[in-house]
Design a protein around this ligand. Structure first.
Ligand SMILES: NC(=O)c1ccc[n+]([C@@H]2O[C@H](COP(=O)([O-])OP(=O)(O)OC[C@H]3O[C@@H](n4cnc5c(N)ncnc54)[C@H](O)[C@@H]3O)[C@@H](O)[C@H]2O)c1
Length: 444
């Protein structure tokens, strides 16, 4: 497959609906790294190595040296927001990074002014910005297509990806039975008829895919994961992935739960609570928006600790998640997990995790990697749902009817093997019997 991967030549535009905390932390971080002021810690694409061939071959290149990814110095950022703040102002308000650090890249950030957003307050009740486009859903989709085209031309980009970092939209119940989502024909009719069941994020996703531009959804609501847009992605041969950046508490959950499951330890309860004071927390303070998050956060455990496969260990698992808006903490989310487990002969034990994390510090490298890898997928001719990127996502989009894999270690194997596959390297099964066969043969 290696020969089929187009080179990452020229500039890659990263267009972001939602220039808030995550997006501004990502953009400021890339600017600081490009100036040599910092390092891309937490970015697997930039910092991690990948093993190639046998363990004895000692081939462990950095991933960025192994696969042809866009260079950080070739990235150009832009986006949309319902507020007019440029990225310097947005980052200053988000208070994730120190002001002195932002000032070092002020010029770059100030130059990024958001385009007018596609917004419908019915989907995000707790926000009310005026920097929004007017028109029917069809007109809005056409306007975003035009935005993408003009941005690409104005910035001399070779390629563009769209990465949703906007607020969490309200939860949509039973979307599978909704006609307007069911097929591309219905969806396009819905755009023409200004059907309110089409959310703003679906309009951005449609516009991106229609423009031949890959789309990633970093939030927990529906966007590119409705049948109509999966159909469009396949027809247009465009890569898509979602949803919800895997950071913070869920990252911890998908690290700890596979370990307990791997050692056949029982789990009877997992209570997770969070306090969070940023704008994301404010949006999630609304029950309809919280429901989107609750669903993506809940699914991971039920999948890893599967009561159907192991009833003796997980049939009584009680899983509860709470998120409380608490302004004094800002972006510094604090989470507590109480895990009730049991071992040999059913004896009970407890694990307590108190994670004092920084939400956007964890999310920014994930957002960066998703943008770089979805661009790689597109250049490698991989289109439609990119499940191998589930390594970065809380609620991985999969083929219809295919259960997602939430265990981060299995996701990592899939992710690394996909990179090896793209580059024509042998896949690694970790069987390793050949080393011992060689040893035995050397002794007889
Ligand atoms: N930070 C994390 O660790 C993390 C993890 C997983 C998912 N997320 C998700 O990422 C998203 C961004 O998080 P954040 O902390 O940056 O939030 P934020 O509130 O700081 O930023 C979101 C921005 O989106 C804008 N926006 C809302 N609707 C829009 C629209 N229709 N078009 C354009 N802009 C729009 C808002 O005005 C805001 O500036 C949220 O949905 C959040 O749930 C974040």
């Amino acid at each position: 497959m290696e020969n089929q991967v187009k080179k990452a030549e020229g500039k890659l535009g990263i267009l972001i609906p939602g220039l808030g905390a995550v997006a501004s932390t990502l953009i400021a971080g890339v600017a600081a790294i490009n100036k040599g002021l910092s390092k891309p810690i937490g970015s697997v694409s930039q910092m991690s190595t990948i093993r190639l061939g046998k363990r004895t071959e000692n081939r462990n290149p950095l991933i960025k040296d192994f696969v042809p990814l866009a260079k950080l110095s070739d990235l150009v950022f832009g986006g949309w927001d319902i507020y007019e703040d440029n990225v310097y102002e947005a980052a200053s308000k988000a208070k994730v990074l120190e002001q002195s650090q932002l000032d070092q890249v002020r010029e770059t950030l100030e130059a990024i002014q958001p385009m007018k957003a596609v917004f419908d307050r019915d989907y995000v009740k707790n926000l009310d910005g005026a920097h929004v486009k007017q028109g029917t859903r069809r007109e809005l989709a056409d306007a975003v297509i035009e935005d993408i085209k003009s941005f690409k031309e104005a910035n001399g980009c070779d390629r563009v990806v769209v990465l949703w970092c906007g607020s969490t939209e309200k939860y949509i119940e039973d979307f599978e039975g909704v006609d307007v989502y069911a097929s591309l024909v219905n969806f396009e009719k819905g755009l023409d008829e200004d059907d309110k069941r089409i959310s703003p994020s679906m309009i951005y996703a449609y516009a991106a895919i229609k423009s031949g531009v890959p789309f990633v959804n970093g939030a927990p609501h529906l966007a590119c994961d409705i049948p109509a847009l999966v159909e469009l992605a396949i027809m247009a041969q465009v890569a898509i992935a979602g949803k919800d950046f895997k950071t913070g508490q869920t990252l911890m959950k998908t690290i700890v739960a596979p370990g307990l499951q791997a050692r056949a330890l029982g789990v009877s309860g997992w209570f997770s609570t969070n306090i969070l004071g940023n704008r994301d927390g404010l949006v999630l303070d609304n029950p309809e928006n919280f429901r989107s998050k609750e669903v993506t956060k809940t699914g991971v455990l039920e999948d890893i600790l599967d009561a159907k496969k192991s009833p003796d260990l997980y049939k009584d698992l009680y899983h509860k998640i709470r998120i409380n808006y608490y302004p004094p903490h800002g972006d510094n989310k604090e989470s507590w997990d109480n895990i009730d487990i049991f071992g040999w002969l059913g004896y009970k034990m407890q694990i307590k995790i108190n994670f004092l994390c920084r939400d956007s510090i964890l999310a920014a490298p994930v957002a960066l990697d998703l943008a770089l890898f979805i661009d790689l997928a597109q250049r490698a001719g991989l289109f439609g749902i990119q499940e191998w990127l589930s390594f970065y996502l809380k609620s991985p989009q999969t083929a219809p009817g295919l259960p997602p894999e939430n265990d981060i270690f299995k996701q990592q194997i899939k992710f690394q093997n996909t990179l090896r596959h793209i580059m024509g390297e042998d896949l690694i099964t970790h069987l390793g019997l050949d080393y011992y066969q060689e040893l035995v043969e050397s002794m007889i």
